[in-house]
Design a protein around this ligand. Structure first.
Ligand code: NAD
Length: 489
């Protein structure tokens, strides 16, 4: 059996050795999950809900050990890891509680023409959901699919990132302790080949979270089998700061929005568009805040290393390119990338066609560009190929500006909080992907609608026969005219 090691990105220590699951083994796992799916789907929402709550309870009792594992495998601070687990547990509880409400059969009006028919929509699980996860939130992000897919009556085969297999395996082990029978939730570790095998297997749907580049490969592979896919990909989130914003709060939160988790968040702030009347004040305030934070692995560090070493080159290229094209360092400098750690970098006046504005940086860097007004800020924010999240800071105009942004999530006078509000859908548009996790939309995503219709009572006119009478035709015409023919104005 082929294996691979998972390393602590801060120390290089080996966290564990994991199987490189082959395509054949992936197919076997999916086949077993398919068999188990019939039994799992036949359980009531209530029964599945109890099992999911039992799981949430185990995860809650063992927050310290899972947070420690996340801390060691990603390098992020322990307190960030604890927060990640807490929010994920909240999602499990929400999915368990709301699945019956969102997914129970719904009656639909049958209309005047078919008034004798009863119409309803059933939501049916797909069978097996193949979930492919990233490393930046190795617990929270996959749970956003796993919990919702399970609550909706699917079984799951999950491939965690090759950078965080230990957290993925831990999730699988914890499930086994409360699972009523085998193969409801299976974890297959491995690299891109294992992920690719899952996309080609007999899953009912794929839920992928990762880069846009890989997302496109996943979508293409799924298309060959007509396997539906949910894609949660990269982002280049903008923060828009109007002249009436609470600048102190905006500076404090935006710094965290950009640098928390070493900037390795799909919804991290990467670009700020600030109104020219307050640009200088905002820049001064955020730089003041930046002097207080530091990268490191020891207690008291605000964020950890780059979890994936190859990202360091991307971050350096973006900083160098921004400077070469006239960007000014407000904080930090070209030497920010040291070993696996990157110290905070804030740049101003970076041209809109530079790498740091166009591509996802995924590091603790922030660009602050000045705009004449909020219309210009909206245009620049929307010019990105990405459309994941955004934040708006304004006392009076927040809602208006938010409604103009072409993206899936907007925070007004706040950042990131939507991830902890389980009822809100999470996801983006354009290169950020399609489909939604979390909330009612996230539950619906893991089911397909089945339309059901049956007669409530018989009527003397029959439309669905070759024997249809002229009287029936006249009635259809009459009803159509009554319903839809409007007088000319
Ligand atoms: P990645 O695309 O390199 O890998 C993601 C996963 O896909 C991994 O498990 C990997 O093994 C697997 N994979 C790689 N090639 C594959 C293939 N051909 N077929 C199937 N699976 C394959 O992404 P990453 O570096 O792990 O994660 C970081 C990216 O994820 C960033 O772009 C970030 O913005 C994005 N992300 C998005 C969200 C969101 O909800 N939108 C959340 C977290 C992270």
């Amino acid at each position: 059996m082929k294996t691979f090691e998972s390393l602590n990105p801060a120390t290089g220590d080996v966290i564990g050795v994991f199987p490189q699951t082959s395509a054949k083994e992936v197919d076997e796992a999916v086949a077993k999950a398919n068999t188990a799916s019939e039994h799992w789907a036949s359980l009531s929402f209530r029964k599945r809900g109890i099992i999911l709550r039992d799981w949430a309870s185990i995860l809650t009792r063992e927050i310290e050990s899972s947070a420690d594992l996340i801390h060691r495998e990603t390098g992020k601070p322990l307190s960030d890891a604890r927060l990640e687990v807490s929010i994920a547990i909240e999602h499990i509880g929400w999915a368990a509680k709301y699945a019956p409400k969102v997914l129970s059969d719904q009656s639909r009006p049958s209309g005047l023409l078919m008034f004798n028919m009863a119409a309803k929509v059933q939501r049916s699980p797909f069978g097996v959901i193949g979930i492919i996860g990233p490393w930046n939130y190795p617990f929270f992000t996959p749970i956003g699919s796993i919990a919702y897919a399970l609550a909706a009556g699917n079984t799951v085969v999950f491939k965690p990132s090759e950078f965080t297999p230990a957290v993925g395996a831990w999730l699988g082990e914890s499930w086994k302790r409360i699972a009523p029978f085998a193969d409801i939730f299976t974890v297959v570790t491995g690299g891109p080949e294992t992920g690719a095998a899952l996309t080609k297997s007999k899953v009912g749907k794929i839920s992928f979270t990762g880069s846009t580049k890989t997302g496109k490969l996943v979508a293409a592979a799924c298309a060959l089998n007509m396997t539906p896919a949910l894609l949660e990909c990269g982002g280049k989130d903008a923060v828009l700061i109007d002249r009436d914003a609470d600048l102190k709060k905006a500076a404090e939160v935006t710094l965290w929005h950009a640098m928390a988790n070493a900037g390795q968040s799909c919804i991290a702030a990467e670009r700020v568009y600030v109104h020219r009347d307050v640009a200088e004040r905002f820049s001064t305030l955020i730089v003041e805040q930046a002097t207080k934070i530091k990268a490191g692995y020891e207690d008291g560090a605000n964020y950890g290393p780059a979890t994936m070493p190859s990202q360091l080159k991307v971050i350096k290229t973006h900083i160098d390119d921004a400077e070469k094209r006239g960007g000014r360092f407000l904080f930090g400098d070209k030497s920010a990338v040291k070993g696996n750690f990157v110290s905070p970098v804030i740049l101003a006046d970076v041209p809109e066609d530079s790498k740091a504005i166009i591509d996802e940086t995924f590091g603790p860097t922030l660009i602050i560009n000045t705009v004449r007004n909020m219309d210009e800020a909206v245009d620049l924010a929307n010019a990105s190929n990405y459309g994941l999240g955004a934040a708006v800071w304004s006392k009076k105009n927040g809602k208006r500006i938010a409604s103009l942004l072409k993206c899936g999530m907007v925070s007004i006078n706040s950042a990131f909080s939507n991830t902890a509000v389980s009822s809100l859908p999470f996801g983006g548009i354009k290169d950020s992907g399609y489909g939604r996790t979390h909330g009612a939309e996230g539950l619906l995503e893991f089911t397909y609608p089945r339309a059901i219709i049956k007669p409530r009572f018989r009527i003397p006119i029959n439309f669905t026969t070759f024997d249809r009478s002229q009287r029936a035709d006249r009635i259809v015409m009459l009803l159509t005219k009554i319903l839809h023919k409007r007088r000319r104005r």
